[in-house]
Structures are given as C-alpha cells and as structure tokens.
Ligand binder design. Structure first.
Ligand code: SDX
Length: 425
C-alpha cells in the first residue's frame, strides 16, 4: 500500500505518492505536481530534493555513515584497494579474483593517452592551475576516442568508463610535470594504480625511482575515501550533462569543472591556505570569530557539510591516517597541530555545535598530501582522479535507466512581465 501526501491548494486537494527506498528518508513523488496544479516546487540549492533514484552510495548525515553499495567505507579502506572499490561502485559487488584480474588488465590497457594529446599540453602556460589543464584535456578525449562515444552501446560505455578511470592518473601526472617544465611521464603497467600514479608524478628520466609503500598505501586510501558521495554538486553536474546525451568524456570534464570550486572539491587546497594564514595556535580564536561573523566572508574551510550534521566518517579516517603517515615518514608538520587545535576549539564552540558544523573530508587531506610532497594545486586534481570512479558509476547507472530523460528544471520568475519596446531618449 503506497502512502500518500495530500496537498491542498485553494480548497483543491491532490494526492502525491510517498516512495520508500531501501534505507534513508522517503520521498514525495512530485513528478505530476505541475501537471495537476500548474505550480512548480521551489528548492534552490536542492536542500530538500532527491534528483534521482540510485543504488550506489548511501549517506546518513545525522549518524555520520557512508556506505558504498552497502559496505561501510572503513571496511573498504581496511580490506580493499582502489580498483576493488571502483569495480564495486560500477558493478555493485566486490570483485572475485578472476573479475579483479580482468578488470585490472582492462584498466592497464588504457593507461596511456593518444600521443597527439601530449601536444595539447604545450598550449597551456606553465603557471596554469592543473585543474584548468584537467578540464581541457579530459574534454579533449572526446576528439580521440570515437570508438567509445556511442552512449547507447553498452560495450562502448564500458570502454569509455575504463578509459576514463585509466587515463585520469596519467593526465594528472602529466599536468603536474608540465607545470614544472619536466618531461610528460608515461605509465608503467604492472604497478598498482596508486604506485603507477606516484611513479608518473615523481620519477625523472635521469633518476631511478622506488615508490614508497607507505605513500602508495596512503594515496590508495585517499582515492577510496574520495571515490563517490551520492548526488554532490559535481556528480549532479555529470548526471545533468549526461542527461542531454553528451559523450562520457564531456560529462566527466563538466564534473571536474564543478569539483574545482572551493565550496566543493577545491576546499582541500583552501584548508591548507587557511591553516598557513592562521599560522600559530594563538591566532585560532581570532579566526574562529571571523568564521562566525556574518559580515565576514571568511569560513572555516574543511568544516561544515550539506549532508553530514555529524563527523564526516572520511575525515575521521583521514585524521587517523594523517597521524600514521606523518609518524611513519618521520615528519613533524606544525600545521597538523594547528588543525587538531582548531578542530578542538571549533567543536566546543556553541556556534559550530548549534549549526552542526564538523570537519569534512577536506579538513585533513591537505596535511597528508603535503607530507606526500604533493603541492596544494594538485589536491583537487587528486580528488578528481578518485571521484572519476563515482562519476562514471553514477553516469552508467543513469544511462542504463530506460526512463532516463533530459534534466530541465524550471524557475520562479522575478523579471519584467511582457512590455512594449521603447528606446530611452
Ligand atoms: C565537499 O556534497 C558533498 O557530498 C561534497 C563532498 C563530496 O565528497 O562530494 O563531501 C566534498 O565538497 C566537502 C565540503 C567542502 N567545502 C568546504 O569545506 C567549504 C566550507 N564549508 C561551507 O562552505 C559549507 O559548509 C558547505 C558549502 C560545505 C555546505 O554549505 P550549505 O549546506 O549550503 O550550508 P550553509 O552554507 O547554508 O551553512 C549553514 C550555516 C550558515 O549559517 P546561517 O546562514 O544559517 O547563519 O552554517 C554556516 C553558514 O554561514 N556555515 C559555516 C561554515 N559552513 C557553514 N560557518 C563557518 N564556517 C563554515 N565552514
């Protein structure tokens, strides 16, 4: 028996079905609202809107729970690597030995980019932000891989999916090296996904390079934690682009663009700048007051979340990993002490308690990245490498839905009613 919501407007009532998922909030199905009432719903920022049905990732913001296909993210960090997680998000199950080997072989066969794409980098200034390069080069993949642009062909969708997962680390490492005037690297298959990425990032033709297993494990864990996160801004961008039947490379390029914003994936870079701006523990109260001041645009970067009104489970894992990695690498980073003190003071402050503002995934990631000798400009790039897995999983889920249609929201119009043309004298 479907429960119903009754909406009464000017004495006329309509019934709206209430749909129930496998867990989490139910939804009111308003697909017929405009047809039956002539009215639109109004929800700027989509604070109360479910844009789609999905089986991929579940978040309970009040309890601080994050599940990938039902598995708590901590269990995946403890028992899997990033490609296990990629397979899980895309196919819905943890891969067995043979599925994993086949998946890894396919990904490895796509890690290089077309040789002509390498010349695209020459068009960028050396001081370009690497995210600008990522948006440009990933979008340009559409100009090269014509055998995986037919979005109605399941096989071509799979090839495009594997190409994107495989090429993102290569393009990211190429961007990193291009901006430093170093030769553009080539992947070395046979290494793990994280090892290959680190080798492409840091190895030089003139030196032998051994991947530090501690660093590789840390990067793999960071990739897992950033892989997917329900219908966040960049994933919603990928879905909306995909709903117009744009090719997968263009859709992922749009996701990279949306992720770049400091309110979203760009926050990790902003957190490190903020910690450096604070500089010393005694300055923390001054910045906490700035963050609380409505007339001051300053916000505590890495704090707060649209969904989590509890500690972001990813931040908890990142914080533990921070301590482990810095200890294992024998690094003492004063910014970590500032971050821990800042978190402590903020979490005891009535403003943050009342507004349920907790550290999010971006709060500690910058400190780990710095320990891994990754510069701030690459933080969001690494986020985009990991999130590509979530974007392609969500894109595939949408493209496999026979009911899929173009996303086309309406508006509350506040402009001029119709008026007669008249040129001012
Ligand atoms: C990511 O959606 C996802 O899932 C994203 C993500 C993912 O994996 O895809 O989790 C990744 O983007 C994490 C968030 C990274 N961004 C930051 O750390 C930037 C700092 N945080 C804020 O800008 C903010 O918290 C957002 C953007 C994250 C969430 O904003 P909302 O949900 O629109 O909340 P809001 O801006 O309406 O804030 C509610 C209140 C406001 O005060 P009032 O107007 O009610 O008085 O809390 C205040 C805000 O001023 N507030 C903050 C704050 N965040 C919110 N005050 C100080 N510092 C902050 N960081």
């Amino acid at each position: 028996m479907t429960r119903k919501a009754i909406l009464t407007i000017d004495g006329k009532s309509i019934e709206l079905p209430i749909l129930q998922g496998s867990c989490g909030p139910e939804v009111i199905d308003i697909r017929n609202l405009h047809q039956e009432t002539g009215l639109f719903s109004y929800d700027p920022g989509f604070t109360s809107t479910a844009s789609c049905a999905s089986a991929i990732t579940y978040i309970d913001g009040d309890k601080g729970i994050l599940l990938y296909r039902g598995y708590p993210v901590q269990q995946l960090v403890d028992n899997c690597d990033f490609l296990d997680t990629a397979y899980l998000l895309i196919h819905g199950e943890i891969p067995g030995v043979s599925e994993k080997e086949k998946f890894e072989r396919s990904i490895s066969s796509h890690t290089m980019v077309h040789e002509q794409l390498r010349s695209f980098f020459q068009g960028f200034r050396r001081d370009a932000h690497p995210m600008a390069i990522m948006v440009g080069i990933v979008g340009a993949l559409s100009a090269f891989y014509h055998d995986s642009l037919d979005i109605d062909d399941v096989e071509q969708r799979e090839i495009a999916t594997h190409r994107l997962i495989a090429k993102m680390p290569t393009i990211a490492a190429m961007a990193f090296n291009y901006c430093r005037g170093r030769p553009l690297p080539y992947p070395q298959n046979g290494l793990s996904y994280a090892q290959n990425f680190l080798k492409m990032m840091f190895s030089l033709p003139s030196e032998s390079y051994q991947v530090n297993p501690i660093v590789a494990r840390a990067i793999d864990r960071i990739f897992i934690l950033h892989a997917d996160h329900e219908q966040n801004a960049s994933t919603s961008t990928v879905r909306l682009a995909g709903s117009s039947r744009a090719n997968p490379f263009a859709c992922i390029a749009s996701g990279i663009a949306a992720l770049w914003g400091p309110a979203h994936g760009g926050a990790n870079e902003a957190v490190l700048a903020m910690l450096r701006q604070i500089g010393t523990k005694d300055k923390i109260p001054e910045f906490i007051e700035k963050a609380k001041n409505k007339n001051d645009p300053f916000r505590l970067m890495g704090f707060g979340h649209r969904v989590y009104k509890n500690y972001d489970p990813r931040a908890r894992i990142m914080r533990k990993s921070c301590h482990e990695v810095l200890e294992q690498l024998g690094i003492h980073d004063p910014l970590l002490e500032i971050a821990i003190e800042l978190e402590k003071i903020a979490l005891e402050d009535p403003y943050f308690i009342e507004k349920k503002l907790y550290p999010n995934v971006d709060f500690y990631s910058g400190i780990i990245f710095s320990a891994l000798e990754i510069p701030p400009s690459m933080f969001t790039v690494i986020f985009s490498v990991a999130r590509t897995v979530g974007w392609v999983a969500q894109w595939n889920e949408m493209m496999a839905d026979p009911a899929q249609k173009i996303g086309r929201p309406r508006q509350l119009y506040l402009g001029h009613p119709e008026r007669k043309f008249m040129r001012p004298s």
